[in-house]
Design a protein around this ligand. Structure first.
Ligand code: F6P
Length: 320
């Protein structure tokens, strides 16, 4: 492999820059040339490339977002788009690509690999919703941002003796909700994988706790359940306690990455290039059982993930 490309795709996540930096510097270590592909697969199809050297990735490890920009590209879902992407890589002498993103991005990477471009995926998403790995770049920073925000909302909830419903991101997955809910000692944690819609149970808990003198209530609601504002209205009507909804939104996606996100992203980015240097393709870098490893992309995409049973039990024991 002489020249590799690197792109970020899907939602941005803190730590992506650390991964890009590790890809570039590891590739240079192997004597490879590196092209930064702008705006994910959209930039690949538009041939938006930049030559990268060690200096291109200086001063970025501490920055959130992605210096390569990112996009969700519908064209890459089509066979025509995939064929074109592979041809463009060949035309520019790119024989390996590191794709930093989520499941959707890895589908494209798998297709590129079948079309003769060596591709390696690196899991970058705040949602932690990639089945083969227990760590994804950005999750640690996102949950830390969420707990800071929840702690702040709690101050106001306590002062006003209110109930707060705080909605956190995660798309269809409840990891951010579960971790931030447990880490802030919340009263209820609602996650799409397991929420049965039983609002009455929450209402009963609030009424009983208020009778015992509890001043404030924090309910963490995952984006996958959503409708926090209408939920707040119903809970206020049923309990008689002022209830407000706060949707944390994109603040969870930005910001300077935590140490863990910088360090793990560095390892994963570097490992992706090690794999390319070994002549591997169609692999996804992962972290499992305390070790960094890699999986076949199709195998990884077929894997299913659920919240670990013990964490769910813990959530039940420590909340209502
Ligand atoms: O995948 C990260 C994420 O922030 C999800 O939690 C959320 O559902 C989605 O991206 C929002 O995507 P967009 O950037 O298109 O608004």
């Amino acid at each position: 492999i002489e020249t590799i490309g690197v792109l970020t795709s899907g939602g941005d996540a803190p730590g992506m820059n650390a991964a890009i930096r590790a890809v570039v510097r590891t590739a240079l270590h192997y004597g490879m040339k590196v092209k930064g592909i702008m705006r994910g697969y959209s930039g690949l199809l538009d041939e938006e490339f930049i030559d990268m050297n060690a200096r291109s990735v200086a001063d970025i490890i501490n920055r959130g977002g992605t210096i390569l920009y990112t996009a969700r590209c519908m064209e890459m879902v089509t066979e025509e788009g995939q064929r074109q992407a592979a041809e463009i890589c060949k035309k520019h002498g790119i024989d390996g690509v590191v794709v930093i993103g989520g499941d959707g991005s890895f589908k494209g990477a798998g297709k590129l690999s079948k079309l003769g471009i060596n591709t390696i995926g690196v899991p970058g998403t705040i949602d932690l919703d990639i089945a083969c790995t227990e760590y994804t770049i950005g999750f640690d920073t996102a949950v830390n941002t969420a707990i800071d925000a929840i702690d702040k909302v709690r101050d106001t909830s306590t002062s006003h003796e209110r109930c707060s419903i705080i909605e956190v991101m995660g798309r269809h997955a409840g990891y951010i909700a579960l971790w931030s809910g447990i880490a802030t000692g919340s009263d209820a944690i609602l996650i799409p994988e397991h929420y049965d819609g039983n609002e009455q149970e929450i209402v009963n808990h609030i009424i009983a706790s208020r009778k015992r003198g509890k001043k404030h209530f924090i309910i963490i609601n995952a984006e996958g359940i959503g409708h926090s504002s209408s939920m707040a209205k119903r809970i206020e009507a049923a309990t008689g306690i002022e209830t407000r909804a706060t949707i944390l939104g994109y603040m969870q996606r930005g910001g300077s990455p935590s140490c863990k996100d910088r360090f793990y992203a560095s390892i994963m980015g570097s490992k992706a290039v090690d794999l390319l240097a070994e002549g591997k393709s169609n692999r996804l870098v992962a972290y499992r059982n305390g070790e960094f490893c890699d999986f076949d992309i199709e195998e990884a995409l077929r894997m299913k993930k659920d919240i670990p049973a013990y964490q769910l039990e813990l959530s039940a024991k420590l909340t209502r």
